[in-house]
Structure formats: structure tokens, C-alpha cells
Design a protein around this ligand. Structure first.
Ligand code: ATP
Ligand code: MG
Length: 438
């Protein structure tokens, strides 16, 4: 992508409405624009990141055996009356009346709708288990939308739903999602901590919030350092096998606690392993048994011919919140520092002197070679001061920068900068390319 033709409205000044760094950087870096409180347009650069996150989430859901479908954003109120949640949900629900005076709503979550889809289609225990998900916009009329996309009113969520005949099956589904979540966040270079959460009236230990550490987080976290240091991706996981021992190690040995849960377990850790920090909730997995299946009569015929209400769980990831969350965990004074797996482009080329024949040719050639090798590349070919171009490139945080200027070219070199470390090297164009490609 060439900057001269890209829609990238960079702000030079700090927007006053942004209270936290991710919101500020997303506005300054031309990723999003607010259209109403808590409602955002995703500009091309922001959308690229959102899509990359979405892709990782999707791949890990698929790998865990979860099947994608797509439910609508607008739902009939009727289903929520059946579950009993229409009245209790309160003002967070955006209620809509259509031209025929039918009551509708913009979905804040999809338990009712998926239960309805399920009960119409699945009649026998032989058709279980089922594990389904979608990635769809939600609306919650939050009392205080703030922090940009981190607490929006309209936001993108991945939500999965499991249907099983019995508790053992539900637990298996829960475990799959638990491991899939660890892997999903690790692929984004995030240290995600599964923290035991309030599990509501059903009890048990089947609810975890996944929290990433960041100073601006709304949640206080107490956890074992080994949990932060553990490399999840080094484990190969067989989602068809028994995940219980793996989960046990995470939930017991690597006990994560909140102030509400088990302060004693935290105090029992050796001092050097106790981490107290703040965190952002990026995912939540939840087993709720027969809450919806009983209320909405989602039953199957069991092995003995009896009607059995199915066991359910739901599993959410805040896809759009992750964009902000990743920035909170990956930035410096100059701007965003994208992990490679979610960066909007891998490489940014700065042509220091557009109009200079040598600079144009070298930039163009480097740009072409990178793109041909499948490396998504951004070329800054604007007629701006070098200082301003350096600042913009740092701001948008691409992992690699290649700076091409007339003086270097005379010596046959360009400058390669790694955004995260700030390390610069003068190299031949060829070596810079092979470094980036390796
Ligand atoms: P919170 O306590 O932050 O309000 P929640 O408990 O209401 O979250 P869930 O209903 O579990 O959230 O939704 C699943 C995920 O959706 C959350 O883990 C979070 O990442 C994301 N999410 C929830 N509310 C918002 C919001 N207003 N803006 C952006 N993402 C959100
Ligand atoms: Mg909420």
C-alpha cells in the first residue's frame, strides 16, 4: 500500500477526548473515528488489525472443533421473554420496534438465539455434542462508554456456545475453549491470565475471565509469576484427547486469583512468584448448565427415550477490545509497537526523497519484492519532512522499517530499523530484504 493513495488520516495533536494511551494512539494513527459515544468507524488501518485478530481467533476456534455460523445482530424480543431475560437485562439493551410494532432488539449476546436454532434442529442425544460460534457486532448501551474501543457500545465479539448431554460433556467443551483461549492470546503475544470468576448461582469452578496485564486495566489481578512466564504455544494440544490434566495444571498449580477468590492461595506462593498487577478482561468462558435449555425447552431424546434438557456453556472474546488491549500492552512514547501476528503491515518503507529518481526506483523495487514475497508492505511516498515521516512510521508501529535516502543509496545502503528494540542497521538493500524475509 502506498501512503499517497491510502486513507490514513493521521492526527498530529493528541485528541483531548482520549484518556488512555490505546485510544489516543488509535485516533492519532488513523485507525478509528468515533461516530457517536462508544460507536466507531474502523478506518482501513484499524480494520486490517481487527481482521488479523479475527483470523487468529477463528483459526483457534476451528482447531478446537468449534464450527462457525453467523447469527443476525437484530433479534426478536420474544426469545428473550422465553428465557426470562427481556425485563431483567435493563437499560443496557437497545430495544427497537419495527413498522409492524414488533419488538426487536440489537443483540448484546446470543444465548437465546442460538438455543432457538439448536432446539429447532437437534432432537437426539446422538447428534451431540455441538460447539458453535460466530463473530458478530454486539450492542450494549453501557452507562459509561469510555477508553475508545475497549468499552464501546457497539463492539465485535466472538461468542461460542456448547451443547452437551451431560456435565462431563459440558466440561470437555469448557476445557477445549479454555485451551483454545490460551493459544489464541499467546499467538497475539499476549500474556493472558485465566482468572477464576464469579460463576453465579450454579456454583462450581466453571467460569474464567481471561485477563491481560496493563496498567490501565479495570481489574486487579493477583497471580503466580510462572503463569506469566509459561510458553503456551510450545505445547501441542490434541483437542480430541483428554484435556483435563492440562487444565488441572493451569487452574491449580498456576493458580490465578482475584481479590474475591482465594487470597490464601496467593499468600501461600513464594514471595518472588507473587505478581500484583492490573488487567483488562479480553475473554470470558462460562458454564451455565440448563439455565436456557430448561427455560426454552431445548431438549433432546436421551439414550433411554427420555427428554433431557441439554447442558450449555458460552465463551466470549472481545475482538474489538483486543485491538485496544494489545496497544495497551505494546507501545512506547513514540507510538504503537505491533506484535508481528496482528500488525496491519509487516514492513514500512520510508522514501526520504520522493521525486529523486534513485530513491523512487529503490523504494519501488523494495516494495515490489516484499509484496511479491507475500510480505504486506506499506510505502511512505509522501512529500513530507523526514522527521514527520519517521514520527508517523513509529506511531503506526509496523514491526520493520526500511529507510531509503539519497545519501545511503550512493553507498549502496539502506537503514533497517526494528520498531520494538529501536535497533538500526545499515545494510545493502538485499541484506535488508533477506533479514525481513527470514
Ligand atoms: P465487562 O465486565 O468488561 O463489562 P462483561 O463481563 O460484560 O465485560 P462478557 O459479557 O463476558 O463481558 O462479554 C465477553 C467479552 O466481550 C468480554 O470479555 C470483553 O472482552 C468483551 N466486551 C464486553 N463488553 C464490552 C464492551 N462494552 N466493549 C468492548 N468489548 C466488550
Ligand atoms: Mg459488561
Amino acid at each position: 500500500m502506498r501512503r499517497s493513495s491510502y486513507f490514513l488520516p493521521i492526527l498530529k495533536e493528541n485528541p483531548t477526548e482520549a484518556q488512555i494511551v490505546s485510544h489516543r494512539l488509535m485516533l492519532r494513527g488513523g485507525m478509528v473515528r468515533q461516530s457517536a459515544a462508544g460507536i466507531y468507524t474502523w478506518l482501513p488501518l484499524g480494520l486490517r488489525v481487527l481482521r488479523r485478530i479475527e483470523r487468529i481467533v477463528r483459526e483457534e476456534q476451528d482447531a478446537a472443533g468449534c464450527q462457525e455460523l453467523l447469527m443476525p445482530t437484530i433479534q426478536p424480543a420474544e426469545l428473550w421473554r422465553e428465557s426470562g431475560r427481556y425485563d431483567v437485562y435493563g437499560k443496557e439493551m437497545l430495544r427497537i420496534t419495527d413498522r409492524h410494532e414488533r419488538e426487536m432488539l440489537f443483540g448484546p449476546t446470543n444465548e437465546e438465539l442460538i438455543t432457538d436454532i439448536f432446539r429447532q434442529a437437534v432432537k437426539s442425544y446422538r447428534d451431540l455434542p455441538k460447539l458453535l460460534y460466530h463473530i458478530q457486532w454486539k450492542f450494549r448501551d453501557e452507562i459509561r462508554p469510555r477508553f475508545g474501543v475497549m468499552r464501546g457500545r457497539e463492539f465485535l465479539m466472538k461468542d461460542s456456545y456448547s451443547f452437551d448431554l451431560d456435565y462431563a460433556g459440558a466440561k470437555r467443551a469448557y476445557n477445549k475453549m479454555f485451551v483454545a483461549y490460551l493459544r489464541t492470546f499467546a499467538r497475539m503475544d499476549l500474556k493472558a491470565i485465566p482468572m477464576k470468576a464469579e460463576s453465579g448461582p450454579i456454583g462450581g469452578d466453571m467460569s474464567h475471565e481471561f485477563i491481560i496485564l496493563a496498567d490501565t486495566g479495570e481489574t486487579e489481578v493477583f497471580c503466580d509469576r510462572s503463569l506469566i512466564e509459561y510458553d503456551v504455544l510450545r505445547d501441542s494440544v490434541d483437542f480430541d484427547g483428554d484435556l483435563e490434566p492440562y487444565i488441572k495444571r493451569w487452574t491449580q498449580y498456576y493458580a490465578a486469583t482475584s481479590d474475591k477468590h482465594d487470597p490464601a492461595a496467593f499468600a501461600a506462593l513464594p514471595v518472588e512468584r507473587r505478581v500484583t498487577a492490573r488487567g483488562i478482561e479480553i475473554g470470558h468462558i462460562f458454564y451455565f448448565g440448563k439455565k436456557y435449555s430448561e427455560a426454552m425447552k431445548a431438549t433432546v431424546t436421551g439414550p433411554n427415550g427420555e427428554a433431557v434438557a441439554v447442558e450449555m456453556g458460552s465463551y466470549g472474546i472481545g475482538v474489538s477490545r483486543l485491538v485496544g488491549g494489545i496497544i495497551e500492552a505494546n507501545h512506547d512514547d513514540a507510538g504503537i509497537v505491533w506484535p508481528k501476528s496482528v500488525a496491519p503491515f509487516q514492513v514500512g518503507i520510508i522514501n526520504l526523497k520522493p521525486g529523486d529518481a534513485d530513491c523512487d526506483a529503490a523504494s519501488q523495487e523494495t516494495y515490489r519484492k516484499l509484496n511479491e514475497s507475500g510480505v504486506e508492505t506499506f510505502l511512505d511516498d509522501l512529500n513530507e519532512s523526514p522527521g514527520s515521516k519517521f514520527a508517523t512510521m513509529d506511531l503506526i508501529g509496523l514491526p520493520w522499517q526500511i529507510v531509503i535516502g539519497p545519501r545511503g543509496l550512493k553507498k549502496g545502503i539502506v537503514e533497517l530499523k526494528e520498531r520494538r528494540s529501536g535497533k538500526r542497521e545499515e545494510l545493502s538493500t538485499e541484506s535488508a530484504l533477506s533479514r525481513v524475509l527470514s
